[in-house]
Design a protein. Structure first.
Length: 384
């Protein structure tokens, strides 16, 4: 093991991104450098430490056992550096800077985007980056500052709060219904055509919502875009299951069986433990919570007796980091540079229990369960 005085924070940052992304390419893209630079910095860090940090595999990089121990310490260093940056930038207590919010395309484009002007009027020096993604975005790996999800994700160093619940119902164009008839009961759905996602491209089980309504539907159109599905239904291609927030202003879509059949999804806001009290992050999260709380569409009455247990939101479990499925809050500070030398295996954590923002400042109704994927559909009694 060589002199630790030559340890370079830039090398540690490259190590972090390579470990999180599982490849040289992902680290290079994140840091906006070429792969040869990433490879050189990792080699320099391994030489400095006198250990191998990765196994080089055809599929990418796998963190070694010693590398995984170093990763825990490096993440605490990263937390301390970020905290220091926030203290310097926000020393005036002014809410300013950039906040990257990640979520699904539909709720981003059809609900959130039009509402951010109110936030901008309140905080002129705050900039929001709205990232749409079809998969889980890991805030505990710094992939975004905030992640708005339709499930409660698992993850180390991540705090989650349920902020809403929305219903989904069937819609179709009037032309389609004129041609094939309007269903009067769930049994009639078997003779209708449906619009849905491309099954092998679905990365989150929480959007397999058509499965809640009908099994083995006849599908006339597939798309990985909810907006494309909605427009296809407006064009007469079939029935589509849409969130209430997406279809409420569409005059070209007719509600179908809303008095009998529906499903619902929760909305969760997720933030890295280290960032939850940063002014710019709190401004955006507070805005989102207030927006959802004030909108009846986003405060749907949840079905009864359904679980809100943490979920990874997808069928493919994250296998890169075992702790990705353990709820744990890590200490957001660096103990000392000696931790890197000793490679201590002792976890320096503030607790192993799941931590939920709801326990800090939410009314009891905010924690009521909503529908989770795979549970039986609830049917409303038909109106008389």
């Amino acid at each position: 093991m060589k002199d630790f005085n030559s340890l370079d924070w830039d090398d540690l940052k490259v190590f972090l991104h390579a470990a999180r992304g599982g490849s040289l390419g992902s680290a290079a893209k994140r840091m906006k450098v070429d792969q040869s630079t990433v490879s050189r910095k990792i080699a320099h860090l391994e030489s400095t430490l006198g250990i191998a940090l990765f196994e080089r595999l055809p599929s990418g990089l796998r963190v070694t056992e010693l590398g995984d121990r170093l990763l825990c310490h490096t993440e605490r260093i990263e937390s301390a550096v970020i905290a220091m940056q926030e203290d310097v930038q926000c020393g005036s207590s002014r809410t300013a800077g950039r906040v990257r919010l990640a979520t699904m395309e539909g709720i981003a484009s059809l609900y959130l985007a039009a509402r951010f002007s109110r936030l901008h009027r309140q905080h002129r020096n705050l900039t929001v980056e709205l990232l749409t993604s079809p998969q889980t975005v890991w805030v505990n790996r710094r992939e975004a500052d905030l992640f708005l999800s339709f499930f409660r994700p698992r993850g180390q160093g991540m705090v989650s709060e349920r902020i809403g619940c929305f219903e989904l119902g069937l819609y179709a164009s009037q032309d389609y219904l004129d041609q094939l008839g309007t269903p009067s009961s769930a049994a009639d759905l078997a003779r209708h055509q449906f619009i849905t996602y491309i099954d092998d491209l679905i990365q989150l089980d929480s959007i397999r919502w058509l499965d809640d309504i009908i099994k083995n539907p006849t599908v006339s159109f597939h798309s990985n875009s909810m907006i494309a599905q909605m427009n296809a239904a407006a064009g007469g291609l079939g029935l589509v299951l849409l969130p209430s927030f997406a279809a409420k202003d569409r005059d070209d879509l007719v509600p179908v069986l809303h008095d009998q059949i529906w499903t619902a999804r929760e909305v969760w806001i997720n933030v890295h433990t280290d960032l939850q009290f940063v002014p710019r992050i709190r401004a955006v999260s507070s805005f989102l919570k207030a927006t959802f709380k004030s909108d009846p569409i986003m405060q749907a009455a949840p079905p009864e007796g359904l679980s809100t247990a943490p979920s990874d939101g997808s069928r493919a479990r994250d296998e890169r980091r075992p702790e990705a499925v353990i709820s744990e809050l890590t200490e957001p500070c660096v103990d000392s540079a000696l931790a890197l030398i000793s490679m201590s295996t002792t976890a320096r954590a503030s607790g192993t229990a799941s931590h939920d923002l709801a326990s800090l400042s939410m009314d009891p109704d905010a924690t009521l369960p909503c529908r989770t994927p795979g549970s039986p559909v609830r049917r409303r009694p038909r109106s008389s």
